[in-house]
Design a protein around this ligand. Sequence first.
Ligand code: SF4
Length: 170
Amino acid sequence: MQKILVSACLLGDPVRYNGKAKTADHFWLKMWHKEGRIVSICPELEGGLPVPRPPAEIVEGFAGCVIDGSAEVETECGQNVTKPFLAGAKKALQLCQRYDIQIAILTEGSPSCGSSKVYDGSFSGRKIAGQGVTSAFLERHGVKVFSQFQCEEAHQCLSRIEQQLMSVTL
Ligand code: SF4
């Protein structure tokens, strides 16, 4: 049975920068939980950051640039938190490799977990198209990343993957 990586805050863990969760109440998340498919991670905690912590944003670049070393993740006060963000992304990939995970549901908008939108680095609340560092890192390694608003698409993708695997083993 294929497992799915899910952001810990979507599962109700109070691990966000502000000490709160961002619980997602979706049919497929509940079903995957019942089926024992869910592997949970908070990349920022796994990277060594505490709860609560100052909010951080990707500055002067995109997540891919952070991975390649040409952009940074910083707090509003200018503290550089690139290393823990990258360390968390690597831990997420290690989990995917350990459990052969091909699909992740990660929290939209986060500088780690966002899959289509992130804050623009100005700490003004403005969002732009882009990914978080963990999402970009996982996608570079072949993991399909969906937001919590795309559980249905993730379910369809999961079904296709499992059908392909079954046809290979038959
Ligand atoms: S890093 Fe991801 S899992 Fe952790 S609090 Fe932020 S959005 Fe949630």
